[in-house]
Unconditional design. Sequence first.
Length: 367
Amino acid sequence: MTEIATQHVPISLGERSYTICIGRGLLNRDVFAGLPAGNHALIVTNTQVGPLYAAALRDAIESKFQQVHIIELPDGEGYKNWETLNLVFDALLSARCDRKTTLFALGGGVVGDMTGFAAACYMRGVPFVQVPTTLLSQVDSSVGGKTGINHPMGKNMIGAFYQPLMVVCDIGTLNTLPERELKAGLAEVIKYGPIADMDFLGWLESNMDALLARNAEALAYAIRRSCEIKAMVVGKDERESGLRAILNFGHTFGHAIEAGMGYGRWLHGEAVGCGMVMAAELSAQLELIDGDLLSRVRRLIERAGLPMKGPVLDSTDNAGRYLELMRVDKKADAGAIRYVVVHGSGRATMQAVDDDIVRQVIERCCA
Ligand code: NAD
Ligand code: GLY
């Protein structure tokens, strides 16, 4: 097996700065040595990931805490809600966890977002650590401090900005990830190319087959470069007053797909992949990018095995339904939807677009 050197990506946020560790076999090492000790740790995981990795994580951290508790939540986006979040508070209170308790999020973005939000709320804030185990969570959701849950009327609508103490990405955990989830994670990797780094877009074109084959070196590079770009963006705009919104390329359309289909029917990454096709088509329609870049983005998403056509959400007025759902997006300003568009030089901006233009794009992009 090729040796993969552990890499460290810093995220600079003043007193909230931390490090993202990327490597193989990290759950068996003393990577957690620098964490503050405490009476309690709670590993929050789910019924799928817990049996695979919770014991290894417990062994890795137990010298730092007098008691290590584990809670396994039900698995799936459909459980990213108040009811499930309350199970974490029930576990914390039942075990009499105090303010020096550290929460460990062990799982994908669903577990990570909920655990971070629980940490932000419990006793008005306790420390937490992200141990992401999906590609999507290693390249995106575990980094940057967005935490929260869904509301039936909108995705991720209840939450808080709350940064972890550290992020530990063990690429070895990706070996057990289902194929469909790996592909969904690739959507969030691909987005970093057109929004920030055309060289990375080229690298992805050359290495997509290696990523799909779970080549460890390729995965380590893709995770590191994604985290570097995200760390740069979040370091400049932690609370999304402007720049950070570019990380949502494809997400305005994608969130409409997730909410319109019912959470969990389409994976988040699948909806984002298809949403990026729509956002790239919109950018081309606005003449911000040429046909060549549009084809390159489309081709990468197709090679990653992601859906290329949006679902029909309403057979009488499909575009109207998308627009209605997109107005709930957090980027909307007084009901005006703002879209992340790309400009062809590794640059993205956010802009309002006439509904008629968006309607044309939706009609062209849906099956
Ligand atoms: P997920 O958390 O649902 O995980 C996907 C599936 O893979 C689940 O069934 C999970 O149990 C399973 N799994 C996880 N790790 C595994 C492993 N190593 N081996 C086998 N199975 C494993 O989905 P996700 O794609 O990781 O995350 C999606 C969520 O992330 C969405 O809720 C989305 O809104 C959120 N998100 C948040 C941010 C952010 O900045 N906070 C960014 C992007 C996405
Ligand atoms: N995933 C988008 C963000 O973190 O801002």
